[in-house]
Design a protein around this ligand. Structure first.
Ligand SMILES: *Cc1c(COP(=O)(O)O)cnc(C)c1O
Length: 392
């Protein structure tokens, strides 16, 4: 058995998308900036991809810029806005549950003298609109709030945030890496000024991302070089990646509604069955409006690492906390911000399934998890202490 339940970390490139990319790695290998036929063949693929993605998002193709990844897009956006608008003020607002690509960028800017407000979240991972309103000052130049959280799946009230940002004439950057290709996203309707996303989270290739920047928003340059991507992200164009990204997004959007229904039913089945078979577990952000395939589960009195390794031994791939922080044994900042006690945060596993997973796989995971949790708890001093206290 090999079951992949880590689709929030990355997804498998679809065969169909790979087939669309291959000609741009072989015969159309030219540099899209070159003025000969090899260049124009590549440029054609690039332009068509930009066109396709813009149309899907309902934006102008001149408002769409390719990047190398989600993290790069977040950096270009945040650092670019700060560079262009710092004369207006030095206050920035974000949430306490952002991806490291955003979180660490703000930490860096704090060292440079910017003031950053980190909005708290409730037990479901939601920011509060009144907290946001209260945080705004005359000095605020940027609001950066993610669309959907990668660890627990919570979807933020993006439309309301966009309205407030617009009212106060503050730039709204949104890390929509977990949203684009999974749920409907329309940056113009939501007054998002900068939207960042990446192909490998929706079965496209790795190493290619994109950002929508509303016409009129100024972005200071953080990378200098040639004229590619409006001089914002110079470097020879990754045309095969762009073609793959556009095709993967087209595919994702064409079956999005069915996928949402399928994934949320499979996820709900998974959670309901686990609730019946394993005691002392908590489903995080279960009451929130969440991504259809994300399930964050705390197995009380256990270490997430040992659950992860036991599952891996049985051929099941999951993540403890987020992939980026799982090499350090720090509890996830997302779970801590949600008020989950440190010892329980350590016992949390993220299952991220998608339309590629089957009910048979989920049934195998349920049975295997029950065995693993029972065995680990038998040898867990924390669990045994807890049981003794209950009996007393
Ligand atoms: C995966 C992820 C990123 C990073 O995207 P990369 O293309 O891997 O750099 C950023 N934000 C969120 C919410 C993510 O889930």
């Amino acid at each position: 058995m090999n079951i992949y339940l880590d689709n929030n970390a990355t997804t498998k490139l679809s065969k169909d998308t790979l087939d669309k990319m291959i000609p741009y790695l072989t015969e159309h290998f030219g540099n899209a900036s070159s003025q000969h036929s090899f260049g124009s063949a590549a440029a054609k693929g690039m332009n068509a991809s930009r066109e396709t993605i813009s149309k899907i998002l309902g934006v102008e193709s001149k408002e769409l810029f390719f990047t190398g990844s989600g993290v790069e897009g977040d950096n270009l956006a945040i650092r670019g806005v700060v560079k262009a608008y710092k004369n207006r003020g030095k206050h920035l607002i974000t949430s306490s549950i952002e991806h490291p690509g955003v979180k660490e960028t703000f930490a860096d800017l704090e060292k440079e003298g910017f003031q950053v407000t980190y909005l708290p979240v409730d037990t479901n991972g939601l920011i509060s609109i009144s907290d946001l309103k209260n945080a705004i000052t005359d000095e605020t130049i940027l609001i950066s709030i993610m669309y959907a959280n990668n660890e627990v799946g919570t979807i933020q009230p993006i439309n309301e945030i966009g309205k407030i940002a617009k009212e106060h004439k503050i730039i709204f950057h949104c890390d929509a890496v977990q949203a684009v290709g999974k749920i409907p996203v329309n940056p113009k309707n939501d007054n998002i000024d900068i939207l960042v996303f990446t192909a490998h989270k929706f079965h496209g290739p790795k190493g290619i991302g994109a950002m929508y920047i509303r016409s009129g928003v100024r972005i200071g340059k953080t990378i200098t070089g040639g004229g590619q991507e409006g001089k914002l992200r110079p470097g020879t164009s990754n045309v095969a990646g762009m073609v793959g990204m556009a095709h993967a997004l087209e595919q994702a959007v064409s079956s999005m509604n069915e996928h949402i229904i399928y994934e949320s039913q499979l996820r709900d089945y998974f959670e309901a069955e686990l609730l019946k078979s394993i005691p002392e577990i908590v489903f995080n952000a279960q009451k929130a409006n969440r991504l259809p395939g994300t399930s964050s589960i705390t197995f009380k009195y256990l270490e997430g690492e040992s659950i992860l390794l036991s599952l891996n031994y049985k051929g099941i791939a999951v993540s403890s906390g987020s992939a980026c922080s799982s090499t350090e044994l720090q509890p996830s900042h997302v779970l801590i911000a949600m008020g989950i006690p440190i010892e329980f945060a350590h016992g949390t596993i993220r299952f991220s399934l998608d339309f590629t997973n089957t009910k048979e796989e989920i049934d195998y995971v349920i049975i295997t998890l029950k065995e693993i949790i029972t065995r680990l708890r038998e040898i867990s001093p924390l669990w045994n202490n807890n049981m003794e206290n209950k009996i007393k």
